[in-house]
Every structure is written in structure tokens, then in C-alpha cells.
Design a binder for this molecule. Sequence first.
Ligand code: PAF
Length: 262
Amino acid sequence: MIEVIKSVDDLARQKYDLFVPTMGALHAGHQSLIKLAKEKSDQVLVSIFVNPLQFENKDDLAKYPKTLEADLKLAELAGAAAVFAPSYEDIYPGEITKIEAGAIGDLYEGKSRGDHFSGVLTVVKRLFDLTRPAAAIFGEKDFQQLFLIKQMVKQLNLPIEIIAAPIIREVDGLAMSSRNVRLDEAGRKSALIISKALNKDSISDMHEVLATEPGFTLDYLEVIDEETFLPATVNTKNKRAIIAGWVNGVRLLDNKRMGSSL
Ligand code: PAF
């Protein structure tokens, strides 16, 4: 059975090369992150901590799936050496010094979700301090999160390599997410409109596709410059379309690298 590290003191006695932070409810998307880590080292640590600081909505926090036993099995099968499952007090032992996410943290996800990114960066920095890895892996599905974590590591000069892992999709194209289990059958079908839209080559075609699905409520659709996270222009080298919205009240996001057109 995989080693489960429950206290900060036990963690301090260990050293892991590769770190995969998660909030649990692990699925094939997480498994791909762990497998990628395992390709690079045998010393892979996965953390499971549902971070209240990054939930702007108490209901979303309460409904976040908690599946520790299944998570441990999945982490082990994917090749993790250990799982760090800290308590709230381990992560936030006293007064919390929040890390601000800056101007980009207020856009897109940040605009709809208040202090979300400050909560993410605060917990990731704390987890980095506790786990001291050489590298950490984050999925491209949360592309803005990935961008802001890279930015934080650069700004704070942390000696940690940030590795991006590609989005893992269901066979029908839906990006894997721990929230997908909350979709009912009709919602699951409606959610497919997001990846369908992302297969188009221009933002206007994407809008057209999204508008055909009454079960989907759009929050934002934008094409951004991957280097700055600001809206792309025709001259932008690496463009990425980012989409967020709701199906059945469940927030879903997805993104895809775009070609040269806008
Ligand atoms: O992407 C996630 O699961 C979370 O935002 C993270 C990075 C584990 C921080 O809580």
C-alpha cells in the first residue's frame, strides 16, 4: 500500500524530486500528471488537500468530491511513491499571509471567482515550502492557474521547475475534471459544446457553435497570448483560446492552442 504522510514533521524527514499537487477526486487527468512525473523520477509525491481559500463559493467547496481511499489507489497505480494528505492546521497553522495574484489574477477566472488565484498561489507556495521538490507538474486545463504559478515561481525566485502537462479528454472530447461527476446525463451532453467550439479556427465561429447549445451559459471566451495572458493580436506567436461557463450550475473550463487566425 502506498505511503500516506499525514504530518508536516513526517514530511520534513523525506525528500521527493517530483511533486503533483491535487485536491483529490483523482481521475485519468491527474493520473497522467503522476505518470509524467514517474517518467522523470521514482520519487514522486502527490498531495491531496481541498483548499478552502480558493473556493469563492461555499456550496462548491461543500460539494467538492472527497474520495481518499480511491485516490490512494489511483495515485499508487500511476506510480506515486507517497501521498501527502495534510490537515487544514498543517497548511494554515496561524495567521495566513496571502500571496496576491496581480493584474492577470483579476482577469477571466479571477473576474468571476474573486480571490480564487490568491487562494491557489497561497496554498501552492505553502505546499512548495513543505515539500521542497525539484519540479512540480500542473495540468494545462487550468491554463491561467499554470501561468500564474509560473509567474509566482519567477517572481519569488523559487528553485522549482514548473512542468506543464497536456489536457486529458474523454473519448468524446470533454476535458477531464473532478467536477464532471456533478453533471446529469443531459448536462454531460451539453458540456460537449465546449470542446466542439474549441475545434473551430476563429473566435467568431466558436461563439456561433456555443450559441447553439441552450444548456451552456458562457462566462468568457477569449484568445490570449500564452506569454502574457493578455488578449492575442494577429501578431501573437502562441495563441490559446480559453473558455469558461456553466452547465447544470457546474463551472467548466477548457482551452486549446490556436493556429494563426483569430
Ligand atoms: O489544480 C488544482 O487542483 C488546485 O488548484 C491546486 C493546484 C492543487 C491548488 O489547490
